[in-house]
Ligand binder design. Sequence first.
Ligand code: 5GP
Length: 145
Amino acid sequence: MADDIFDLIIKGEIPCYKVYEDDDVLAFLDISQVTPGHTLLVPKAHVNDIFDYDEQIAEKVLLKLPKLARAIKASNSKITGINIQSNNGPSAGQTVIHSHWHLIPRFDDDNLNSQLAPAIDHSADFTPERYQAIAQQIATNIKEV
Ligand code: 5GP
């Protein structure tokens, strides 16, 4: 199977703003930044979507979600909530066919409605320096992931 965009990021062949990595997962900023700090948690194993997970992969990936969520919240005192979403299958809006979990920080004044909106693209508002500063702030708040 040909590498998808997330395989290339995992291999380091395409750069990313990394916030966490271990043997099983990579977490990095979503380029679109629906809100500042929008992070993707991606299994390194190539699983297309939730329907592909076995118990071992599910445990390795899903147990990281609360710890990553806490690090994101701790990275910015204005973050008051977080949406966690995974789109599975093109009919559900999945555009990259390599399973991933969106962690989208929410702010009291973010002017988004309460439904999840990972299709919003704010990348034009983000310089490399701003992405890097956000990724670093999350990474330094990760504890025992
Ligand atoms: P999906 O629509 O499959 O749920 O989400 C795919 C996500 O991947 C989108 O939010 C999109 O912004 C993000 N994305 C696509 N290509 C890249 C990339 O090259 N780098 C990063 N960091 N994110 C990407």
